[in-house]
Design a protein around this ligand. Structure first.
Ligand code: GLP
Length: 249
């Protein structure tokens, strides 16, 4: 399977195109009375997309009433109202500004009791399946080649589960938390196999610091050491890049 690569001058241009695709999909599904299932990511990479979706909602009447969303991951433990939570992030950047119904928003829990995590994860997976799977999955890529919080060592078969964060990922998150020692060491993440069930995957990467991992994920042999290499096996993946992130291709 070959991954489609689209390179843009900058992320604003790139996200305008992806937002239009999402708009068309939502409107086509609306016309058939079908729900649209979006797989959403956090981190800096999708922020521009969310901005554009909010603009399409406010200025062009795009409605999210028939959208169901599933987020990839959440730190654990993590209170919803904490500014570092992905719950907060998603509401701040997208959900508070569009008409998505609160009951249609799904985000892995950072508060469920440790003994209940396995059941929470199985239910999360079952809910995605019951809706017929994700239509479009948005991804970023971590410096370790992680997607969601599927760190090196994650298997191709992995489903939604609790994971330990990698040292590099903790270092990268230190700025948000005011120090490495304040970053949670665990997370709940959709698995590689969960992502694989999506009909279409769009991975964003911006800036020179992503250039090496973008290249490795595309050309290295598929390996659990760079989980994004698993995407080489998916039937519909598009890498949406700016010129800097594409500079080593
Ligand atoms: C975190 C998230 C990932 C995200 C990655 C990259 O680890 N769990 O889903 O892709 O960061 O973040 P950024 O987009 O800020 O580079």
């Amino acid at each position: 399977m070959s991954i489609t690569k689209k390179v843009y001058n900058n992320k604003v241009e790139a996200c305008a195109v992806v937002a239009q695709e999402i708009k068309s999909l939502i409107q086509a599904n609306d016309a058939q009375n079908k729900k649209t299932v979006l797989g959403l990511a956090t981190g800096s990479s999708p922020i521009e997309l969310y901005k554009e979706l909010v603009r399409l909602h406010k200025n062009e009447g795009l409605s999210f009433k028939n959208v169901v969303s599933f987020n990839l991951d959440e730190y654990y433990p993590m209170a919803k109202e904490s500014e570092q939570s992905y719950h907060y992030f998603m509401h701040h950047h997208l959900f508070n500004h569009v008409d998505i119904l609160p009951e249609n928003v799904n985000i892995p829990s950072g508060t469920v009791a440790e003994g209940e995590v396995a059941k929470f994860c199985a239910d999360y997976e079952a809910k995605i399946d019951s809706l017929g799977g994700i239509d479009i999955q948005i991804l970023g890529i971590g410096r370790t080649g992680h997607i969601g919080f599927n760190e090196p060592g994650s298997s191709f078969e992995s489903l939604t589960r609790m994971v330990e964060l990698n040292k590099v990922t903790i270092q990268d998150a230190a700025g948000d938390f005011g120090g490495e020692d304040k970053v949670p060491t665990k997370a709940v993440t959709m698995g590689v196999a969960s992502v694989f069930k999506a009909k279409k995957v769009v991975l964003f990467a911006w800036g020179a610091k992503k250039a090496t991992i973008v290249k490795e994920s595309l050309v290295n042999p598929i390996s659990d050491q760079v989980p994004a290499t698993y995407l080489q096996k998916h039937q519909d993946v598009t890498y949406v890049l700016d010129t800097e992130a594409a500079s080593e291709l």
